[in-house]
Design a protein around this ligand. Sequence first.
Ligand SMILES: [Zn+2]
Length: 368
Amino acid sequence: MNTGYLYHEVFGWHDTGTFAGDAPTDPGIGLQPYHNYEHADTKRRIHELIVVSGLIKHLIRIEPRQITNQELLRVHTQTYIDSIKSQSQLRLGGDAGDLTTPFGKGGYEIAALAAGGILEMVDAIFSKKITNGYALVRPPGHHAVSDLGMGYCIFSNAALAVKHAQGVHGISRVAIIDWDVHHGNGSQDIFYDDASVLTLSIHQDRLYPHDSGLRSETGASNAIGTNINVPLPAGVGNQGYESVFDQVVVPAILKFKPELIIVASGFDACVFDPLGRMLLTANGYGSLTAKLMKVAAEVCDGRILMTHEGGYSAVYAPFCGQAVLQELSQVKLLADPFAHVDNYPAQTLTRDQATEIELAAKLVDLIP
Ligand SMILES: [Zn+2]
């Protein structure tokens, strides 16, 4: 398998400031200065495991480049782009708009390198240099809307990839499958009335944002049916996620027939994540990847582009990334040293989880 991989050390220089998790520090009330949940270590450690395990030798490295203003305008407003650019020049940087998306000096250039990197991956797929690939970018993108950064996300990397694939490579239908534990509200918002893009998000019910990601949000105007939300109760494990893929994701892809599948890949649905309350394991993520590869081989010659979103367990996220990339490349080098989590009794699908999944499965019928 020709599997692409993209990472750049500069992604680790994106500065999310001094926080106590997601709270501004305040020693007066005991909030000791620490770092933001969204911190370089998690992604850097994913990259380092991929290098140290030797997997890197089996991957095709793709070099990122800065996205152009014109390319950003396919998704974002000029006013928003200018606001990020001007704050990026300040000594202490700024915030992308919602006060939970801080960035340091030079933050624009780093976000532009992440977004431009995704476009390079799209080019590599359509030039057949790679069949599938993983872009380990930072900052992430799936919460950003056209004129506002949200939830650590500055530019919508996945949406920019869709527009690039459609505008430059002449394809029309793209599916974004979002397995980050949070709702992919940005991708949903950007393509809500666009019937050429299927946006499908699997997430912990109203974790973030608190008011979106419901099953009733199905798309607008002639795009009704092309937005699918699978909100799940906390505590869903490997069997539950596999059931979501078997009953919702795979049937949706078979019906929609995308020419490219983009995965908004967050490892915050993993069992050790400090922000999510789900139980996915590295082997679970590998199994979901295998299901996607099988359906991608049927509908779009195996074209899958994964773009990195969240995932805040610096210890475990690397093994999730390793498992996904091992599956994409079909090179198995390392077993999950924490594989005992595969046997947690709570990995089993429960009745209430199955009910939620059955309700989401009905949404596949709405796809035009
Ligand atoms: Zn997330």
